[in-house]
Design a protein around this ligand. Structure first.
Ligand SMILES: [Fe+2]
Ligand SMILES: [Fe+2]
Length: 382
């Protein structure tokens, strides 16, 4: 399958521009600074657009892991003989850990030697190198944010994990075999949005909020910003020596003619937006499902199972005690909306939102918004 020209041309230019800029940046020593990238990228300077792009890429390479996920990984590695499956399950649930591991496992490898899933990457790297890699990663937590990234890591994580779970459900319905590859592609499908947010902070709201269909969103990004997040994500994956199947899935997850993992990830993304965030049209969803050979009945089954899994919690162990309205308010809070915005979204008054939240805190036994979001996220209710 070949990429459409509208995708390959800017991708070639982007890759060329970033590599030329890399050489310029290396000469100036600018590549060393990624922690202050958000500030640097906010202002137009003499280094120009190419260097800002390179800085954004470097910053994404230092994207923080969830502190709890890294601690869990290090604790598992401290055991006598940690099982590959256990380690892989932890890494598969955190974008920064997954990026760092796949980069390390594929560094300097030819295309045919590259691994496309977490478990073989864990095997290849070994426990000592995995520990060293995890210890070197910056972290964020859901209560204190992620340094220059603010609340974005938490928001990115929610959507990435929700899409991963939806992709898994679609894969089960389809009998798709490459679950490990799909877990990576779905977790990282929107990684390009991170670089785009740094490059265009004033567009962050639009980048992370889905309104209308996906193709219109992508067209809007291209028209307004000259690039779209899928293309930028594909370039990042290529820079990180990810195998082509992962690069393509990330780059093409919004393409009209997508196939394979890109098509599953595209549908999973729509399901999440449709079910949880109300931003994907039903006809778009049905069309994407048909593209994968899923008729209405099978799509309904996937959606039903997703809804049941959400109510039961991520592992099916604990039922969510919140009403639909309370859960909706909490989801909007997790997306960074304030009371007034949530009230507008739901068509109710701010005092009604406050009452719902008061009930949420009481039912979950927490004191504030951050604790409520943290607890609900960890139980898979968001
Ligand atoms: Fe996307
Ligand atoms: Fe997405």
């Amino acid at each position: 399958m070949t990429a459409p020209e509208h995708a390959t041309r800017p991708r070639r230019e982007l890759a060329r521009s970033s590599s030329a800029t890399a050489r310029a940046g290396l000469r100036r020593g600018a590549h060393k600074s990624s922690s202050g990238a958000a500030c640097a990228l906010g202002a137009e300077g003499e280094q120009g657009r190419g260097l800002r792009l390179l800085q954004a890429f470097a910053a994404v390479e230092r994207f923080p892991a969830l502190a709890d996920a890294r601690a869990e990984l290090l604790a598992a590695l401290a055991g006598e003989s940690p099982a590959t499956g256990e380690l892989a399950a932890i890494v598969e649930g955190d974008a920064a850990l997954a990026i760092a591991l796949l980069r390390e496992a594929n560094r300097g490898r030819k295309q045919r030697e590259r691994v496309d899933a977490i478990a073989p990457a864990v095997e290849r790297l070994g426990a000592a190198a995995l520990r060293e890699m995890a210890q070197a990663l910056p972290t964020f937590d859901l209560l204190q944010g992620g340094g220059v990234w603010g609340e974005l890591p938490a928001r990115f994580r929610l959507h990435a994990l929700a899409t991963q779970r939806a992709a898994e459900a679609i894969a089960a319905e389809l009998g798709h075999r490459n679950r490990g590859r799909l877990a990576v592609a779905s977790l990282l499908h929107d990684v390009g949005k991170l670089a785009m947010t740094l490059l265009h902070p004033s567009h962050a709201g639009r980048l992370w909020t889905r309104e209308g269909d996906a193709s219109a969103g992508i067209r809007g990004e291209r028209a307004e910003l000259g690039l779209d997040h899928a293309l930028v994500g594909g370039v990042l994956a290529q820079r990180w020596s990810f195998p082509q199947v992962i690069t393509h899935a990330i780059e093409r997850h919004h393409d009209a003619g997508r196939q394979g993992e890109a098509a599953i990830v595209g549908l999973a993304d729509m399901l999440v937006h449709h079910q949880r965030e109300g931003g994907a049209r039903a006809d778009e969803l049905v069309g994407a499902a048909e593209g994968l050979g899923l008729g209405l009945d099978r799509l309904r089954r996937v959606m039903r199972e997703q809804a049941i899994a959400r109510r039961r919690g991520g592992d099916g162990a604990e039922r969510c005690p919140l009403t639909d309205k309370e859960l909706l308010v909490l989801k909007r809070l997790a997306q960074g909306l304030v009371y007034k915005q949530i009230a507008e979204c739901l068509g109710v008054s701010a005092s009604v939102v406050r009452t719902h939240l008061h009930n949420v805190y009481a039912k979950l036994g927490v004191r504030d918004r951050a604790q409520a979001v943290l607890l609900a996220d960890r139980r898979g209710w968001l």
